[in-house]
Design a protein around this ligand. Structure first.
Ligand code: SPD
Length: 287
């Protein structure tokens, strides 16, 4: 039987605006935590995958697209990278990418849902790998928005927001108050990074995120790449700083120390990915 005529049994889909994004596979876990519905599946094509409230978060054999894009422009561009804040990131992929950088001394990872961490450690160990045992990683089960609001001024060299879409527990990660707090707790020369949705399937949200961050920080630019599982497959990450577009230019020594360990990210890829801003987005941002 060829692909066109294969029966649509055993498909797990995210539904978004009249389109579905799916994998063939089996459900391993489907439970309600205090915050959300957590689903873990075993897929034919991409290994194990995680959905929160029916939206794809990650899958073992294509998660690098997302995590490398979110982390390395920030960590290669910040002045210092000793102290890092990750908000969300309960599957461990973002922490793993951060810890490729030897200069890091301390990471606070603030995840609201302990079940996401427990289930990821058990069913998706290739995401966090050794990060979970690394003494530099300090996991706090807490609300990231409150954490940012309670942190002292100039605490972190880099802040990375690895949340879900702007609804449910992640909604507050996209508002002005939260971005203002992130700016306040970032050290001079620091970089802020967040996933910023799809220019195609979340156009309005995408534009709103970039405009808001740009206004608050002074400098902010989106980078574009592909995450095949997410709505439209076309995704973005936005980086911000208060003193310059420093996230555009990777520091040579840091870039050299991680390039061999990356599947997608490289200085050359990053340059292209920042330049890949679609014309319709550029036009909208200049309005
Ligand atoms: N639409 C999906 C957006 C998800 C962003 N976060 C994914 C978590 C991976 N660590």
């Amino acid at each position: 039987m060829n692909n066109q005529t294969a029966p649509l049994n055993n498909w797990i889909d995210e539904y978004h605006n009249g389109v579905r994004y799916g994998l063939e596979g089996e459900i391993l876990i489907d439970e309600r935590s205090r915050f959300q519905q957590i689903t873990i599946i075993e897929s034919t094509r991409y290994g194990r995958g995680l959905l929160l409230d029916g939206c794809w978060m990650t899958a073992e054999h294509q998660e690098k697209h997302y995590h490398e894009s979110l982390v390395h422009p920030a960590l290669c561009g910040a002045e210092q990278i000793q102290t890092i804040l990750i908000i969300g990131g309960g599957d461990g992929g973002t922490a793993r990418e951060c810890l490729k950088h030897n200069e890091i001394e301390h990471i606070d990872m603030v995840e609201v849902d302990s079940r996401v961490i427990e289930l990821s450690q058990k069913y998706l160990p290739s995401l966090g790998q050794k990060a979970w045992q690394d003494p530099r990683l300090n996991v706090h089960i807490n609300d990231g928005i409150k954490w940012a609001s309670n942190s002292k001024d100039s605490t972190y060299d880099v802040i990375i927001v690895d949340g879900s879409d702007p609804k449910g527990p992640s909604e507050g990660l996209f508002n002005k108050t939260f971005f203002h707090d992130c700016k306040r707790i970032l050290k001079p020369g620091g970089v802020f990074a967040t996933q910023s949705e799809s220019p195609e399937s979340f156009f309005k949200v995408h534009i709103e995120i970039i405009k808001t961050i740009r206004k608050i920080f002074g400098y902010a630019d989106p980078l574009y790449g592909s995450v095949p599982l997410y709505p439209s497959g076309w995704w973005s990450w936005t980086f911000a700083a208060t003193d310059s577009h420093r996230y555009l230019l990777p520091k040579k020594s840091r870039a050299e120390s991680i390039t061999k360990e990356c599947a997608i990210w490289s200085p050359k890829w990053q340059k292209g990915a920042f330049n890949a801003i679609p014309a319709f987005v550029e036009r909208e941002l200049s309005n």
